[in-house]
Each structure stands twice: as structure tokens, then as C-alpha cells.
Design a protein around this ligand. Sequence first.
Ligand code: NDP
Ligand code: MG
Length: 403
Amino acid sequence: MQALAGIDDSEELSSVSGPRRVTVLGATGSIGRNTLDVIRHFSAREDFRVVALTGMANVELLAAQAIEFGAEIAVTADEEKYHALKAALAGTGIEVAAGSLALEEAASRPSDWVMAGIVGIAGLAPTLAAARAGGTIALANKECLVSAGDLFLAECASSGSAVLPVDSEHNAIFQVLEQNQRHAVERIILTASGGPFRDWPMARMADVTPQSAAAHPNWSMGMKISIDSATMFNKALEMIEARHLFAVEPGQIEVVIHPQSVIHSMVGYADGSVLAQMGSPDMRTAIGFALAWPRRAHVPVERLDFAKLSRLDFEAPDEQRFPALRLAREAMTAGGLAGAILNGAKEAALDAFIEGKIGFLDIARAVEDTLDHLGPGEEPDTLEAVFEADRSARETALKLMVA
Ligand code: NDP
Ligand code: MG
């Protein structure tokens, strides 16, 4: 295919001299596998040195990835998987480690670019370790910002670590934000597919199973984020994420249901202009954007065909059936530790739903009850305060779910 005028596809992607050092936290997950796919694709034009790859349960895949990419170290977060990983990498010269401290140590090894692709609050400590080491953080994990937004961003600022949003909505906003016009940003409009139960009546939603909740209509993602999309807690987390990333007030963040997932989000400016970023629902665009940044490079995703697309729909979210959005707005307004509590309670309730202990509609109920019970608390000034709030939110949610 002929290159577009102005885009020289033969150019090296990075200005770093020598191979670019990259680390993928959560390499075995949906984001991690997509990231390695993009690295594989970019490798035709750029030299990468893979420093660390991490996973948890899937050590067979982790070992295969470490061998393919010649990683310096492979780490499983699960200490019980150490021997299996060690055996799978015997004779390769690749270092092997296990456990949460090893994960943080590997994350803190000098890297130019780190993908934060671990799911849940478990991603916070390793992502912070990577941020303290000063490399660019490609941030897929949203819980770092939801639970510890100000602390996390302050750590990144003090180490000089750039944060590039990978969550597709925030990546879209980042792409269309005109940096010199920040004062004129009126609103951030997050699009939401509405998930598989977008137009279901409440009575029918009460009986859904984890399997049907995990079947996202447009995006292929890990199980937990897919179920979060069905409850719209994913969008709730994304509202809080946007507040921190783009320093906007809660009242400036809107959510609109857009079932086709073609517009990935929008920014509204003071003159009435609305800028949108569009693309196929494929995370490799956002990942490729973050890996090539500040340039753009070829990413092999399906191109939008507007003739086939024919229509884009929009509707207001129904906060009766999806209370998560209201809870996010209340948590943002309350401040303090409300984000950490909302997320901790949500993770506990989500696990309980996956284990069949509570129903689908009980997830939001448990989060709301936990927030009411604990109150927002003080703004945290240490990470320990965030972990403590997370622990107590889980405990409280579990108790309230049983009651
Ligand atoms: P997955 O469940 O597919 O993958 C999660 C990764 O984290 C796996 O490598 C998993 O290892 C590892 N992991 C799981 N638990 C732990 C733990 N306790 N400690 C350390 N590592 C752990 O998740 P996704 O890739 O879908 O999502 C990753 C993050 O990115 C989430 O925060 C999500 O919200 C966010 N995100 C994801 C998108 C997507 O398209 N998937 C889109 C936007 C944001 P193993 O599999 O070996 O057990
Ligand atoms: Mg998203």
C-alpha cells in the first residue's frame, strides 16, 4: 500500500538510541497479549528489548511469551506457580521470580516504556514501582487512578514518568485534547456501549449469569472488565479516571450510550465544537498509539468502513437500572477515599457474583451500602491509607452482602 503524503513508514519509531526497553505487566491478559502483538508488529522497524513480562495463573503462556520475546525476567504474582514457571523456562537463561515483591522489583527495573495491564487494585503497587523508576507508563489499569489518583500522579510527576492513557475512552480524549486549549475544555463526553443488557428490563437483569454478563457486544476483553461493562461500573471507574487524568470537575464529565462503539469518546470546547476520536473497537489502536507516541505508526486493525457502518446511535444512560454512574458522581463529589472504597467494594462484589454468591443487581447495592456505611474518609496522603481503605471496603462489602 502506498504511504500517505507526510507519513514516512520507513522511519524508526523511537528516538531512543539502541533498543527500546519495554516491560509488560499483566502480559498474559487481554491487554498484555494485545500489547505483545503490537510489539511484534512494530519490531519490523524498531529494536525492542523486553525487560520484564509478568502474569499470575497462566505460567505456560507467560513462559512461551518470555521465550518468544527474549525477556530478561518472567514473574508470576502467584508464589505457588514458581516451580511450574521455573521448569517451563529451564535452560533458557531467563530469570524467574514469583510473588508480589518480585513483581514490584521487576516493574522497577529500568525500562523506557511499561504497559500497566494488571487487572484490579493488584496493579497499583507494581505500576507505582514502575512509575518511580521514571519510564513512560502506558496505563490500561484504571484502578491506579480510581483508588489513588492524586498520589499516583504525584509520584509520576516527581519521577518524570509520562502517563499515556490506554483505556480506549481516555486514549481517545488524549488524542483530541488540544494541549494549548485546555482552558477552553467545557466537557468530556465518555461513550459507553451499554453492555449486553443495555435495553433489558430490571426484572430480567436480576437473573443474569456471569457467563452472559461477560459477553460484551463489541469489545473482546478480560472477564472482569467485561462484567464491569455490563453493570456499567466500568464507565463509573472511567469517570473517576477521567477526572484525574484531565483535571476536570465531576460536573464536566458526561456519559452517553453509543451502542456501536465507533466513537471512543469526545471533548466539547467553549465555542461549541465537539471533537471525537473514532476507530474499530480494537485495543491495539490505543496500545499502538501509546507505543509510537509522540508519533503515529501503522497498526494492523480493521479500518472503519463508513458505508457499511451507516448509522451511529446515541442515548442517555438509565441510572435506575445502572446506578454505578450515580455512585461514581457521588464518590467524586465526596472525594477523600471514596474512589478507593467504591473500587474495593466493587471488586469484592464482582468476585462474589462470579462465584455465584450474589445476583447481578446486588453488585451495585453492595457498593452503595459500603459507601454509605464507611463514608468517604480523609484524602489519603500515603499509599498505605489507600490499601487500608481497599481492605476495609472489601470486608464491609462482604459483611453487608451476607446480612
Ligand atoms: P485480564 O484479566 O485479561 O488480564 C489480567 C492480567 O493481570 C493477566 O496477566 C493476569 O495474569 C494478571 N493478574 C491477575 N490477577 C493478578 C494479581 N493479583 N497480581 C498480579 N497480576 C495479576 O484483564 P484485562 O487485560 O482485560 O485488563 C487489564 C487492565 O486493563 C484492567 O485494569 C482493565 O480494567 C484495563 N483495561 C482493559 C481493557 C481490555 O480491552 N481488556 C480495556 C481498557 C482497560 P493471568 O492471566 O496469568 O492469571
Ligand atoms: Mg474503556
